[in-house]
Design a binder for this molecule. Structure first.
Ligand code: HEC
Length: 172
């Protein structure tokens, strides 16, 4: 009888011992256990309000948006911005899927658009100033389907793509 009682007590002792052991370690531990960290649920706290001036009010895309196309020029301190070779690479990465490898609007992805992507060697496109093209690539066309790519393509690459497109000239 006594033996059975001792055997029955062994797991109890182990359990209680383990509990106190772990609690002791927990108290010494510097980090909290996973189940003790606070759970922050969506919208539990009000969203942080940004201080005035955190959004760029000078420089950045805002200035490009506000500047009339005629006054928009590639940065003179950045030779890569006027590099046709660089623009060619940019074109193959960001434009060719829609405007096609021969710039005529016959890219694979472009075929699902209505209207179809414009022929970049048409007089309509080639007669536009670099600033105008830069704005169209950056912010899309208000009534059209050209995507706004300002957040996708860096400023330097956008300007170099414009240089490349202008270098193609009107199709003979
Ligand atoms: C997702 C497909 C797509 C991509 C990517 C794309 N375009 Fe277009 N683009 C179009 C479509 C569609 C139009 C026709 C827009 C319209 O007339 O509504 C267009 C129109 C244009 C026009 C003519 C705007 C005008 O004045 O009529 C230019 C210039 C142009 N794209 C340049 C570019 C350049 C440069 C790139 C790469 C940086 C590019 N596009 C990437 C689909 C695309």
């Amino acid at each position: 009888m006594k033996k059975k009682l001792i055997i029955a007590l062994i797991p109890v002792v182990i359990f209680v011992g383990a509990h106190y052991g772990i609690t002791l370690v927990d108290n010494v531990l510097k980090v909290g256990r996973m189940w003790e960290t606070p759970a922050v649920r969506p919208y539990e706290q009000p969203l942080l309000v940004m201080e005035k001036g955190v959004v760029p009010i000078s420089g950045g895309e805002v200035i490009f948006r506000a500047t009339p196309p005629a006054d928009l020029h590639p940065p003179s301190d950045d030779p890569a911005a006027t590099s046709v070779a660089r623009g060619k690479i940019g074109y193959s990465l960001f434009c060719a899927q829609c405007h096609g490898t021969s710039h005529d609007g016959n890219g694979t992805v472009g075929q699902s658009f209505a209207p179809l992507p414009t022929d970049l060697r048409s007089p309509k496109v080639q007669s536009q100033s670099p600033g105008q093209l830069f704005k169209e690539i950056s912010f899309g066309r208000p009534e059209g389907r050209q995507p706004a790519l300002a957040t996708t393509i860096s400023v330097t690459d956008r300007w170099s793509i414009v240089a490349y497109v202008k270098s193609l000239g009107v199709r003979e």
